[in-house]
Design a protein around this ligand. Structure first.
Ligand code: HEM
Length: 529
């Protein structure tokens, strides 16, 4: 596999150095002006899987794009014609169908043909370029910013966009509009904003750990319980208030209907179809969020203190004093619920299994907690969470081995050169995060399959390399710090107060996101004596 740097060339805009994303405080006018020009055509894409599983079904929109190898733009670009085209391979339809069920295995098979491979389309539509070189992948992901080299491709299915809402960050293709909204939205996830959420995080974690230890024999199914915990966690910190168990269970049912709708091809909106139920759940959830937004706006007017992520979103202002609209806030609250729940629960499940199988790592984690307790006392704070590098290494090493987001869909907006490869405008690409993490050159000769958190603490290991569990550049996960804080809070309180053992002797099968244990990871947990 070539390790050449992710250099790129664009025929329409020569860019001498990799694009660097610079966040500036935007104005609403600036993004409106930039969107009045001709919008890029939405093309039919064949997407094996995206973060939100948006493409687990055929896409429904607009005209088919030109095949990657026959782009008219590339014909106009003499330089690109001097470069190699990635090999186009054929695969039996059975293998292609299996991609829906197990994208990780499919991508592995495809990348056996080289580091950049044009895989056949799923339903006879456009081929998709698998970018199996981490440096090129970073170039492609960074290209989604101002330079407009590439565009994010989640919104190709308009029915799925309707579930998320057109203002949800992941659904926005236009770079300027994405940047405008994202800059306002990220004010809810600054280190200070997250620090203010820590007491609420601690309370939710403590509640769940207590209830598990109080269960009959202290026996629980860890995977299911972690789902309940991470759901209540995200609802509590995002909406900034406590809900009783019945309310949380109700929201969880609505959420599940929403997710079923994402997979609910052929997307008929009738009361009894998964898609119809998802849209009804969406309306109910949006209505509930709207009440919280109204209350927060009222408090803002009276100058009262606001809580939760919703408080930051309601207070956020652009340079001209414009605030986010109700629809922009509710769409993005819904997104956070979808983006911040299964991701953390699946990762924490894998963390518990890894700790069960690696007692030395567990011992080191307990020692780290002893040191944090001695330095910071019992209450958690941003400083205490920062002093848990080993806990963070355990989480990152878990994500390296079992990344929950298998891949992202991106499209070349211009002709690109990626190393030695020509990538014409219009090419559909997938960034296969799991394969990139597996093939990270740093560990190819260092037992890449082994769980060894220490590798993350070396000067090399502290760099991102090809490991991008939270994505890269202008669309990097908004909730990465929140997710890490949540998982560290969970580990801290678990290790300080409880003994636990899991049945980690099981197989792992693809779930809604990432791989999940077939046995549900039974766990026995008791208060430390
Ligand atoms: C283990 C936990 C998580 C993982 C592995 C994860 C991973 C990711 C990835 C891979 C992306 C796409 C990045 C890109 O396009 O470059 C993303 C985007 C996003 N994530 Fe997460 N995520 C996690 C938790 C969370 C949480 C807790 C939240 C809640 C705030 C969240 C909110 C988002 C949002 C809003 C986006 C869209 C960002 C944008 O398009 O600008 N995520 N995440």
């Amino acid at each position: 596999m070539s390790k050449s740097a992710g250099s790129y060339f664009s025929c329409s805009a020569r860019v001498p150095a990799p694009h660097v994303y610079v966040a500036r405080r935007p104005t609403r006018l600036a993004y409106q002006a930039s969107t009045t020009g001709s919008a890029p055509a939405i093309t039919t894409q064949d997407v094996a899987s995206t973060y939100t599983a948006t493409a687990a079904a055929p896409t429904t929109s607009a005209a088919p794009a030109s095949a990657a190898s026959s782009s008219s733009n590339s014909a106009a670009c003499p330089f690109l014609q001097t470069l190699k085209s990635p090999p186009a391979i054929e695969l039996p339809w059975t293998v292609r169908l299996a991609a829906l069920l197990n994208p990780e295995e499919y991508q592995q098979q495809v990348l056996q043909h080289g580091e950049m491979v044009l895989a056949p389309g799923m339903f006879g539509n456009q081929r998709q370029l698998l970018v199996g070189n981490g440096d090129h992948a970073k170039t492609v992901l960074a290209g989604r910013g101002d330079a407009g080299l590439t565009v994010s491709n989640n919104s190709v299915n308009l029915k799925i966009t309707a579930i998320f809402g057109e203002h949800a960050l992941v659904m926005i293709r236009d770079a300027a509009r994405h940047k405008y909204l994202r800059t306002l939205i990220t004010s809810a996830y600054t280190p200070e904003a997250i620090a203010s959420l820590i007491p609420r995080m601690e309370a939710v974690v403590a509640k769940y750990l207590r209830s598990w230890a109080a269960a009959e024999g202290g026996r629980v199914m860890a995977y299911e319980e972690l789902k309940l915990f991470t759901f209540e966690f995200i609802v509590a910190v995002v909406l900034g208030r406590d809900y009783d168990d019945a309310q949380v269970a109700h929201m969880m049912r609505l959420y599940q209907a929403l997710v079923s709708g994402i997979m609910g091809w052929p997307y008929l909106e009738l009361p009894f179809t998964p898609y119809g139920r998802a849209m009804a759940a969406r309306r109910q959830l949006a209505g509930m969020f709207q009440e919280v937004v109204d209350e927060a706006r009222g408090k803002l007017q009276k100058g009262e203190a606001l809580g939760g992520v919703v408080g930051s979103l309601v207070s956020a202002q652009d340079e001209e004093g414009n605030r986010l609209t109700d629809a922009e806030i509710t769409d993005n609250l819904l997104l956070v619920l979808l983006a911040g729940f299964d991701t953390s629960s699946t990762t924490l499940t894998a963390v518990l299994a890894n700790l069960q199988q690696h007692p030395k790592a567990l011992k080191k984690l307990r020692q780290e907690q002893d040191a944090v307790l001695a330095k910071h006392g019992t209450g958690l704070s941003a400083a205490a969470l920062r002093d848990m590098p080993y806990a963070e290494a355990v989480i990152r090493e878990t994500l390296r081995l079992s990344n929950v987001v298998s891949s992202l869909a991106v499209e070349a907006a211009q002709d690109l050169q990626l190393g030695e490869w020509a990538v014409p405008a219009g090419t559909a690409m997938a960034i296969p995060f799991i394969q990139l993490a597996k093939n990270d050159p740093r560990w190819l000769n260092d037992e890449p399959e082994a769980f060894r958190p220490e590798r993350m603490l070396t000067p090399e290991g502290l760099k991102p390399g090809w490991l991008m569990p939270f994505g890269h550049a202008p669309r990097y996960c908004v909730g990465a710090t929140l997710a890490l804080s949540e998982m560290k809070t969970f580990l801290a309180l678990l290790l300080r107060g409880y003994d636990f053992a899991c049945d980690a002797d099981t197989t792992w099968a693809p779930g809604a996101l990432g791989k999940v244990p077939r046995n549900g990871l039974p766990m026995q947990i008791s208060r430390k004596v």
